[in-house]
Design a protein around this ligand. Sequence first.
Ligand SMILES: [Zn+2]
Length: 454
Amino acid sequence: MSTSFRMSTVQPGGLCCVHDCSRRLGLRTKTVVAEDVRAAERAEVAVPLCRLCAAPLIRTFVDLGASPLANSYLEPAQLTDGEMFYPLHVRVCEQCLLVQLPEFASPGEIFSDYAYFSSYSDSWVEHARSYTSLVADRFGLDGSSQVVEVASNDGYLLQFFQARGVQTLGVEPAANVAAAAEERGIRTVVDFFGERLAARLLDGGSAADLIVGNNVLAHVPDAHDFVEGLHRLLKPDGVITMEFPHLLRLIEERQFDTIYHEHFSYFSLLSAERLFAAHELTVFDVEELSTHGGSLRVYAAHAQGPHTATASVAEIHAKEREAGLDELATYLRFGETARAAKRELLTFLVDAKRSGKKIAAYGAAAKGVTLLNFCGVGTDFIDYVVDRSPHKQGRFLPGVRLPIFAPEHVMETEPDVLLILPWNLADEIAEQMAFVRSWGCELVVPIPEVAVVG
Ligand SMILES: [Zn+2]
């Protein structure tokens, strides 16, 4: 058999070679022979299809092995049970260059009872407040305007529009989180957003002057259905703003630990524009933000709308081209980048243990679950992890099963190294935990490289 790429019959939702998993999970697949499918070389296997252009996904961006769902913290009674692990094998489409994770866990599984309330983060609420005043002034939003926020969480953002007298509507799939929004008087529909819901909202008279989506675009498995919903719900001269982590920063700063099953797509400006263009939406402005390790905020509108492109769009295009994001080869190098980061962390941990040091971690965050599972680091290296969230304390980190304690536990045990897993908040955490230096403990971040903080 030839080693070159060959496609055979299309089998939507077809079978994979060993398990019936693709049918069970409703994956869109084709049966192909691909050079890049290691496990089944020279055999016919089902390969997932690009969610943007439907080409077979035969190229690897990074394969982080298998990992449990990042927010499936274990109760003590579950420690005697098995755990579900799903592949974290991220592909890049060689046709459109969208970096993506095929859907193995459904959004229903991940988001229906979500433990994350945006209002608990002071810095995120402040981010929402300053965004609200920026866009309300820029686009002249007032009492006659309708703002819809997709993934509106507990109303942390819409409360600021409401205070200005703007009409608001939230869409939030996690019922427990939506209930918190309703309690503060933010009208919220409990549902996933897409074309079907957009039609329903239009019937209800909620055509939008502004649609906001922060950290939701990457979380949507059916990106076309989602963006078509935006297109339908948006008034002819309305504006969409979407924030998402910038793939450029993920690649340049080795942020492979921001990959987990909740994040289905990893966007550059180039790939986000391709997705929007497929639904006659155009990006007319973009801002770089420092949130989540480096994000983009894009402003989009109907292609025939009144908005003209700003210079920032051309500037980010130039940055992305300079970093090679318009070339497949750039993406194919990232796997080795992640493996190098893993070797550096393991070297640091092995050296620390050899010299008799006690190591603890700070922050039972999703990115820590990816990092520690990929690196195979459990209680053999790290005694425990501390976290401020009472929802997590007393439970265990998925997969590697580190016990989670309140931050005070650090004072009782006096570790020599405190590894900060949410490295994007390193400065804030180093300040809160500065007291550990009194017994000579080092605060260390693993990403972008292993480094002592401060
Ligand atoms: Zn594609």
